[in-house]
Design a protein around this ligand. Structure first.
Ligand code: AMP
Length: 357
């Protein structure tokens, strides 16, 4: 991981009145560029092989400039160009996944958020340790596949958009489907309604929903993911029926839809998020900025968190012009714009280094 002193040294050389917000062209980049432009920043798209013509269709979210690299090696070799442009990186799920969490955490360009969180997010065992030790319930873990006696989810490590995950009802199911070459975890399958809650922890804000650490917690939006083919499987009858025809359920994310939760669930949602933020400070120096709690609520109105994403998630994309929650704090603001707002304010009052790593 890049030492914080190195990032601070780079920031010392920046003109903070002329910052450029950059991210990898994919995932939530339209929202990030749109939000950055709204707050008056220059924007820069970084890409390896992505087709970027679609930006022409969305002029208000098109980056001012795009740098196209042959590969991530070239992105590393040409790092000096980013310093010249006073670049602040906004990490998103695809950026970290495509580059690799380790390589991203070594990439010495100031990045919004705490890089130390990457090691805790990308390793499912550490992620579980963090969330459960915060006192937040997760789906039960099955450590020995031979003990599978009720439906389980088998998941591979890393944010792969649910690709390759499968449901197993017993050991035989598991044996037939598992890819032993990749690290995986087995969890209880939680039946209930899924809510992906987009929080934002601002360590510098001194009002609102205050946390133990002194900052403020916001809920900006909530989505539910569309996942292919599981979401449409009922049209073919039962999962068993589909399996007989050689079709297995899959959880590949294809889109997102906006939702709100019943208001009486909000206190529980905030309580979980607050505990997870507090614990992050005890474990690795904190998580700030956007993060998402991926949850299932059962018919007893109990939450389980099956995953945390520690940066902007693509589920925030339906909310480019605000949300039923963001509108009660910052009307018309997306998560992308919220980050840009914080960067702008901290650049103005000399606290930028506190948000960068
Ligand atoms: P994840 O990569 O952990 O976000 O999981 C991908 C998708 O699998 C989720 O969006 C859920 O639809 C589903 N999923 C993950 N974990 C569970 C679980 N323990 N029980 C039920 N569904 C799950």
């Amino acid at each position: 991981m890049v030492p914080k002193s190195k990032i601070d040294e780079i920031l010392d050389g920046y003109d903070v009145n002329d910052l450029t917000i950059a991210t990898l062209c994919s995932h939530s980049s339209l929202q990030i560029f749109h939000g950055a432009r709204k707050m008056g920043f220059k924007t820069l798209g970084l890409t390896i092989s992505h087709d970027t013509r679609y930006y022409d269709a969305f002029p208000l979210a098109k980056p001012d400039e795009i740098i196209r690299y042959a590969d991530f090696d070239e992105m590393e070799e040409r790092i000096g160009e980013l310093y010249d442009k006073n670049v602040i990186l906004i990490p998103h799920g695809s950026f970290v996944e495509y580059m690799g969490p380790r390589r991203f955490s070594d990439y010495a360009v100031p990045s919004y958020g705490n890089r130390a969180v990457l090691g805790w997010e990308s390793d499912r065992d550490k992620q579980r340790q963090w969330i459960t030790s915060a006192g937040v319930p997760m789906p039960k873990l099955i450590t020995d596949a031979r003990e599978i006696s009720e439906p389980v989810m088998v998941k591979y490590h890393g944010a792969k958009g649910g690709s390759g995950y499968f449901i197993a009802r017993d050991y035989l199911d598991f044996k037939m489907a598992v890819d032993n070459t990749q690290p995986y975890t087995i969890q209880e399958y939680c039946l209930g309604t899924r809510y992906y809650m987009h929080f934002f922890y601002d360590p510098l804000k001194k009002d609102g929903y205050r946390c133990e650490q002194g900052g403020s917690l916001e809920l900006l939006s909530i989505d539910r993911r569309d996942e292919s083919n599981i979401d449409e499987m009922y049209k073919l009858g039962s999962i068993e029926e589909s399996r007989r025809h050689g079709i297995n359920p899959s959880f590949v994310v294809t889109g997102n839809t906006p939702v709100v939760i019943r208001e009486s669930l909000l206190p529980k949602a905030f309580d979980m998020a607050e505990k997870i933020v507090n614990r992050s400070y005890e474990l690795f120096g904190g998580m700030w900025g956007p993060f998402c709690l991926e949850t299932v609520v059962n018919d007893k109105l109990q939450f389980k968190v099956f995953e945390i994403s520690t940066r902007i998630v693509a589920g925030t994309n339906p909310f480019i012009s605000g949300s039923p929650y963001a509108d009660l704090i910052y009307p018309g603001f997306s998560t992308g714009a919220r980050m840009a707002m914080e960067i702008k304010e901290s650049a103005a009052d000399g606290t930028l280094k506190e948000l960068m790593s």
